[in-house]
Each structure stands twice: as C-alpha cells, then as structure tokens.
Ligand binder design. Sequence first.
Ligand SMILES: *Cc1c(COP(=O)(O)O)cnc(C)c1O
Length: 360
Amino acid sequence: MSRAAKASIDLAAIRHNYRLARSLAPNARAAAIIKANAYGHGAVKVAQALAAEADAFGVACIEEAMELRDAGIKQPVVLLEGFFDADELDYIARNGLWTAVHSEHQIDALAAADLPSPVNVWLKMDSGMHRLGIPPRDFHAAYTRLRALPQVGEITLMSHFACADDLAQDTTERQIAVFDQAVEGIDAPHSLANSPATLAWPQARRDWLRPGLMLWGATPFEVAQDEAAKLQPAMTLSTEIIAIHDLDVGDAVGYGASFICQRPSRIATIAMGYGDGYPRHAVSGTPVVVNGQRTVTAGRVSMDMMTIDITDIADAKIGDVVELWGRQLPVSEVAQFCSTIPYTLLTCLTRRVALEYHNA
Ligand SMILES: *Cc1c(COP(=O)(O)O)cnc(C)c1O
C-alpha cells in the first residue's frame, strides 16, 4: 500500500475541453497551452492525449518544448515567452518550434543568427497589460523589420489580455481596439484569446486560440458563465481518512489550536497537506467531499495532514475517500476559499502526489 494522496487525470475530459474551445471558433486553430507541466497534469501525457487533434502546443520555455520533442510529440510548439538567449535559436529552428518575439533585442538576435531553416514567429504586442510585448506605436516597424529577415518564416500577430476573466470590465474591449488599430494593413494571422477570452469574448476569437486553464475543466470566472458550464473537470485530487476523533465542545484541533469545536464533533484526519501542494492558506471551512457528501475543513492545514469535520456524515470511516477538488467539487470554488485562483492550485501540486491517468 502507498500513501493515498493522488490526482486522477481524465484525459477524455481534456479532449472534451479542447474540442469545446475549438467549437467556439470553428475556423480557428487552437494551441493547447501546456506550460508548467500542463498546469500540473503532466505535459507529455496530455500532449499524447491530444496528439491526434491539437493544432499546436504552447509552453513557456525551451526546456518545456524539449520535453515534448524528446517524447516524440510532432506538433508545432510555441514558446510563449520567446527565447531568452540567442543560443536557443538553432534548436528552435531544427525542431520546428515557433517563438514569440516580444522585444527589439530578440529581433536583433534573429537578424544576427545563422539558422538551418526559417523560424515561425508570434510577434507580440503590448496592448495594455505592460508585461511583455512591443508597444503599439512601434509594432508596424517591428513587423516590417521581422518580415524582411530570411531567418523568419510565417508571422502571427499576438497579444495577451489582463482582465478577460472579468466580464464586467471593458479592459478587454479596449485592448482589442488597440491591437486592431496597430495591426491595420498587416496581412497576418492573429492570436489573442486565452481561456477566458475564448469562452466569453467572441471578438477575441481570431485565427489561433490559446486555451490553457479551460483544458483542465476549470472556470476562470468567479461568476457563472454559459460556455464554462460545459467544461469537464480533468483532475480529481483525493486522499483517504487515516484517523477519526470524537471531540467535545471546546476541544481544539490542529496547529495554533485555531479551531475550537462549537458542538460535539467528529473530526477526521486525512493524508493531504501543504507538502502535497494543498494550500496552507485554505481557510477553516473550505469544502471537501466525503462519500459524495460535502463537508468542510476544520483548523489549519499541516504539511502531511489536515482535519475535516465529519460530524454530519454518519457512516464515514477510516479508509474512506476524500475529494479535495475535481469531479464533485470545482477547483475554482476551492480557490476562492484560499484567496487564490485555480491556476495555482493545479500547478502547485508536489511530486508526492501520484498522477493516475484514465481514458487515454
Ligand atoms: C498561459 C498563457 C495562456 C493560457 O492562459 P489561460 O488563461 O490558462 O487559458 C495563453 N497565452 C499566453 C501568452 C500565456 O502565457
């Protein structure tokens, strides 16, 4: 027997979610964004599960792309942050990687490179997020310069949104307007939409979608949204009850004695903690599911264990499975109890959590 903490990954759900992205823009292609080890789901396994249908994959850096190539993944792989050093360009050209270009110094590096074949580029504009990208006023010149280089193959024009998950703000519309104005007269494909834009901003669905979070079936929105409701959760994080204690009113539970029983309570200890990546800042009262019934955490999360209130789950016993998030409990909902976003919960699981794959 091994420790029960595990993340079960439903590869069919990931394919369903990828197809949902594609169905929202039938004429577009979609680069499945599988950076950060596919947000904790295992980049190679996910790429293999999508290999028959993904138009491309997106990763953050060359090490992540190399992992895919070493595993035999043939699709184009886009480096979303581009290359960091000119010595990456030879590998990029030889292995069919596509690279974002977000600054003049990368154009200089391309111009100076001696490459075996031209490299496809996603030229990135800073349309208002001010993190990466060429300013709109310099964009035409950057494009013209890049287009003239024999080292450069196809060029796609890209930008990234700061607030696409906020359906009430007009920041996304303003960013689209800035982008459209700055690319006027350039005949090249566009790529704007991350998951929230793919789901909720039809004007942002251009030639290439870039869905990441939605592939895992997690909603980026804090409010209900029609398309996000069709997503299927891909990861179920679970463990088992390893101890049960019947406690009296006034008894304290866990580090800091911060949880005090307000009623005679049955408290279960489960094999899951921040050493597994479950956030320590999850508040007491964060939902969990035991035997199909929802209950809540009680007290602080420790490194290897945490405690939950099973007073109202009459038949719960040692060895019963506890779901921390997944099929029965959306990871986005758990994230709200941890003052964070589902992205961090998924990507921060540690290697102590075994990944189990289903529906390959
Ligand atoms: C990570 C990333 C994405 C995917 O974003 P999600 O919100 O996870 O869909 C898309 N584009 C770029 C440039 C990224 O870095």
